[in-house]
Ligand binder design. Structure first.
Ligand code: CDP
Length: 225
């Protein structure tokens, strides 16, 4: 498996990229890097600071200056890491439905993408990394050794997100989640800079009828060549 040092996993909202990426990274002893948390951090802090999501200049300034940090967890509440923004713990705050609803808007701003993509690329080029997002195989690490595009129907993805929220003790509404996912897909796929799409050399995995372990098995086989 040593020929694969950089692994890119892209795909739409809730397609299971993070779950797959985490397991794969653990199996290989690689760093797992979920780039979505960086976009979520910007959207979350903008809301906390009452910065208008539509104010591209202010949001871009925030993306250029916000210190985003991922550290080993100091609280044991099911989190994998602590996510800090200018020193403040926002680990769970980035998962709020309000963040889901605004993150794709800020992720479409070219200045935001420039600021975050350069940091992601710097980390990815060190190798031994599984990097997850929307544009890893197309823009962030086009030279990745393996590119996966993980897909599933919107209904299946909404069901997965619904179960996740239920398990966290929340009271989710399936139809609200489906609507939010469809809207995010629409914005992510139609933006001008780095839209969501499979790289021409990506392996596309349709995961509707596959369990997490079955998807992992497909990828493990790919790594064996
Ligand atoms: O976990 P989920 O699949 O719902 O989303 P995420 O990976 O946390 O990403 C949240 C949002 O950030 C996406 O809907 C995109 O708008 C944006 N994003 C992006 O534009 N580029 C990336 N590399 C990662 C996320």
């Amino acid at each position: 498996m040593t020929g694969f040092s950089t692994i890119a996993i892209d795909g739409p909202a809730s397609s299971g990229k993070s779950t797959l990426g985490k397991k794969l990274a653990a199996q290989l002893g690689y760093l797992f890097f979920d780039t979505g948390v960086m976009y979520r951090a910007i959207a979350c802090v903008a809301q906390a600071r009452n910065i208008d999501i539509g104010n591209e200049k202010a949001i871009t300034g925030l993306a250029e200056n916000l210190q985003i940090d991922v550290r080993p967890p100091r609280v044991s509440d099911g989190r994998d890491n602590d996510l800090l923004a200018d020193g403040k713990d926002i680990t769970w705050a980035i998962r709020a439905p309000e963040v889901d609803a605004s993150v794709s808007v800020i992720a479409a701003y070219p200045g935001v993408r420039t600021a975050l993509t350069s940091q992601q690329r710097r980390i990815g080029l060190r190798g031994k990394v599984v990097m997850v997002g929307r544009d890893i195989g197309t823009v962030v690490l086009p030279e990745a050794d393996l590119k996966i595009y993980l897909d599933a129907s919107a209904e299946e993805r909404a069901q997965r997100r619904y179960s996740e929220r239920l398990a966290r003790g929340e009271s989710p509404e399936y139809h609200d989640i489906l609507k939010s996912i469809l809207e995010r897909d629409r914005i992510d796929s139609s933006r001008e800079v780095a839209p969501l799409k499979a790289a021409s050399d990506a392996v596309i995995i349709q995961s509707d009828n596959l369990t997490v372990d079955e998807v992992l098995k497909v990828v493990t086989e790919l790594l064996k060549g």
